[in-house]
Design a protein around this ligand. Structure first.
Ligand code: PMV
Length: 301
């Protein structure tokens, strides 16, 4: 079972508080495979980790939370998960793991689920790591394509006019989604009028971005990404390192660039005019030792 990583185009943080967001599934993610075994065990291949659902660490507890969603009378199962995303980078690594592992368990047990249901049930895993996830990462992991997402509502698959040429660059600063979401929540409690206004501004950008995606107006979409970054920065989720990466992308002709995901480190996303421009930017980052990759989001998933 393959589940995708994701890049949030616009709307992170505001989406936790009921505003809409736009997310795209990536072609890299997590592949998981389950086989019957003499005991339940999860092996995370690239991390060399093997966990039983009885441990007290987050990975064991998250595995336990997924197993608890399965019928009680079932054979014991071993799951191998191959993670092809950096963790803690805002690319939805943990959600993709949850979806891929639960999907693999379902495949092994002959349980059939619509992608939307799989995303919903896999939130048991996400809650262990992120407290109160909006569910946007899990929806993108299970469904792919470009989605409009609002908490508590079914995700809406969008058709986009033209492919999106994106560059994703990693600040190499690990960040915790939970602590960034908590930090924004504390600001909301202290200064509700200010933060609600920021969230409403982000929601307005999301609505305009839907129109830009539909009409293929990437110049406008890029400026919406830049505006979204400014609003997110006012919530103090950017870092000096992310600002440097975003600045370099804009210097190199990005139509727009912003932090993606929870921030406080992790990744930035840049919208480029073409795949050639995207590869040129990746090379420019590589020359300075920055991990980056180019990806294309296609009109059909
Ligand atoms: O897990 P991340 O870093 O990709 O961030 C998820 C997006 C947030 O809006 C910050 C949190 C959420 O649950 O939607």
């Amino acid at each position: 079972m393959f589940a995708r990583g994701k890049v949030i185009l616009l709307g992170e943080h505001a989406v936790v508080h009921g505003r809409p967001a736009l997310v795209a599934g990536l072609d890299r993610g997590v592949e998981a495979h389950a086989t019957s075994n003499d005991r339940d065990v999860l092996c995370v291949v690239p991390w060399n980790r093997e966990v039983a659902p009885t441990g007290d660490d987050p990975l064991s507890r998250a595995f336990q939370a997924l197993l608890a969603t399965l019928p009680a009378a079932r054979p014991r199962i071993k799951v191998d998960a191959n993670v092809m995303l950096p963790p803690g980078a805002g690319l939805g690594c943990s959600a993709a793991m949850g979806v891929a592992i639960l999907g693999a368990l379902h495949e092994a047990l002959g349980i059939e689920r619509e992608p939307r249901m799989l995303a919903e049930e896999s939130l048991a895993w996400e809650r262990v790591f992120h407290g109160q996830p909006s569910g946007i990462d899990s929806a993108a992991a299970a469904i792919g394509g470009v989605l409009a997402f609002r908490r508590g509502e079914p995700p809406e698959s969008l058709t986009i006019r033209k492919p999106l040429s994106l560059v994703i660059a990693d600040s190499d600063e690990p960040s915790s989604t939970k602590s960034m979401v908590d930090q924004v929540r504390r600001q909301l409690e202290r200064t509700p009028a200010r933060v609600e206004t920021v969230f409403d501004g982000i929601a307005a950008l999301v609505q305009s971005a839907r129109i830009a995606l539909d009409s293929g107006d990437h110049v406008h979409l890029g400026s919406l990404l830049n505006l979204c970054h400014a609003l997110l920065s006012s919530l103090m989720v950017s870092t000096t390192r992310l600002e440097d990466l975003i600045g370099l992308a804009r210097e190199q002709g990005a139509l727009g660039a912003k932090v993606t995901g929870a921030g406080g480190g992790g990744c930035m996303v840049a919208l480029m005019r073409s795949t050639e421009d995207a590869h040129a930017l990746v090379d420019r980052y590589a020359a300075t030792g920055v991990q980056a990759f180019a990806t294309t989001v296609s009109p059909s998933p």
